[in-house]
Design a protein around this ligand. Structure first.
Ligand code: ADE
Length: 432
């Protein structure tokens, strides 16, 4: 099997979207232009397990322009843009294994195809490919020079693997670069999560009680954008410092058990499991909407919601399922009637709402994330003989270079330290 996608005939539509996104990716375009000349990735076989979007298409085009042979598979069954997948094969000569809505079996068959390609560099968004490498494909780990990890959840998994002493390849924690998480996680997730919710439901955000679970970069970005649209935002947290930060940013902070009674719309962005579960569904109002913008579909306990439901009406709108469940009356011993039934609406099956129901983060912010991916890859190719089986941060000089170019592309100039200021910062003698 050389490719597996939905329909090659979609390629023209995909090409247009890829070109549209490219206009907003100036830093990545500069890297691509340099790589076309220098060919730093010559002889590299690169397997990327990422969301198959127009922005990712521009990353893999740059990798190919740098000399690499590239295979792309999806990092989530509901995030593939089928037209982009078609264009990548037909217009740009990339191998692609990804179909929107594929089941678990097909998803893993595609990951296996990526490792059967015998890559020497891999890229992951969530660490599913590396997990497969460390289980079914253990013997292949010695041939891998290094792997890039795009997301918070993936870095957490890979650090756990490192801690267990079983990490078999060097990792670059692309997610942990400031050029990635401060922008992609905050402004990208902030905007694209609202975009997904609005496309799925068409609800007015203004005036809604909106519950944000998790106040990391993603939660911060989403909470601030939701407030901008007029939502009354409530934050739930398990971390004292983040909870304090949310409170001083002006949000209400309370446990999920309290928020559950109040919320009109709930969104999880925690990276942890079962953040919204039966005890919370029981307390929710009729008509409450629940969605997730964390990496995996484990943050909302959909299994419990299904168990509680007397009926599930699938697709009452695209990406919206209605779960009809008994209300609190049952708990209180009051006889059930049609009136005491309530509906809870689950968006995008609890998968990443921004990629399942919208198009993910806009190109301008993915420009910084994927410039970081690209330069981290070049760093691994140049240095792999010296790298250990560890989780590395992206070198800070690469972050500075990306930030400089992004500022220039936005026609923004900044001040330079004077000689006197630089000396002052180096010294310790001058005090009060
Ligand atoms: N993650 C979030 N948004 C994305 C996008 N547009 N492309 C690839 N990965 C993403």
């Amino acid at each position: 099997m050389t490719n597996d996608i939905k329909d090659l005939k979609l390629s023209q539509a995909g090409k247009k979207r890829i070109e549209w996104a490219a206009k907003d990716m100036p830093v990545l375009n500069l890297i691509k232009a340099r790589w076309e000349k220098d060919q730093p990735l010559k002889k590299v076989r690169l397997a990327a397990c990422l969301h198959v979007t127009a922005e990712t298409a521009n990353l893999v085009r740059a990798l190919k322009a740098g000399g690499a042979e590239v295979l792309l598979c999806a990092s989530n069954p509901l995030s593939t843009q089928d037209d982009v997948a078609a264009a990548l094969i037909k217009e740009y000569g990339i191998k692609v294994f990804a179909v929107y809505g594929e089941d678990k079996k097909s998803y893993y068959a595609h990951l296996r195809a990526a490792l059967d390609f015998k890559p020497n560099i891999t890229m992951d968004d969530g660490a599913d490919l590396l997990t497969l490498l460390h289980t079914e494909y253990k013997n292949q780990a010695k041939d891998i020079w290094g792997s890039m990890e795009e997301t918070t959840t993936g870095v957490i998994r890979l650090k756990a693997l490192e801690k267990s002493g079983k990490l078999a390849v060097p990792i670059m924690a692309v997610n942990d670069a400031k050029t990635k998480n401060m922008f992609d996680n905050r402004y990208g997730t902030g905007q694209s999560t609202l975009d997904g919710i609005i496309r799925a439901t068409d609800i007015l955000i203004a005036g809604k009680n909106l519950v944000v679970a998790g106040y990391g970069w993603c939660g911060r970005g989403f909470a601030s954008r939701a407030r901008g649209l007029g939502a009354k935002v409530i934050v739930t947290e398990v971390d004292q410092i983040k909870a304090l930060e949310a409170a001083m940013d002006g949000f209400q902070v309370m446990p999920m058990k309290e928020a559950a009674r109040i919320g009109d719309l709930f969104c999880t962005l925690t990276g942890d499991i079962n953040v919204i579960r039966e005890e919370h569904f029981k307390l929710m109002k009729h008509g409450a909407m629940v969605c997730n913008s964390g990496h995996f579909d484990v943050e909302i306990n959909v299994r419990e919601l299904k168990k509680m439901a007397i009926r599930v009406n699938k697709n009452v709108r695209n990406n919206v399922d209605e779960y009809v469940i008994g209300s609190r009356n049952k708990e209180l011993g009051i006889r059930e009637s049609a009136k005491s039934l309530k509906s809870i609406y689950l968006l995008a099956e609890g998968r990443l709402i921004n990629l399942a129901a919208a198009e993910g983060h806009p190109a301008s912010v993915m420009d910084m994330s994927f410039a970081t991916q690209a330069l981290a890859t070049e760093h691994v190719v140049k240095n792999y003989k010296r790298l250990e089986k560890k989780v590395y941060n992206v070198p800070v000089e690469l972050e500075q270079w990306i930030a400089d170019l992004k500022l220039k592309s936005m026609s923004l100039a900044i001040d330079k330290l004077t000689k006197e200021q630089a000396e002052y910062l180096r010294g310790w003698e001058i005090g009060t």
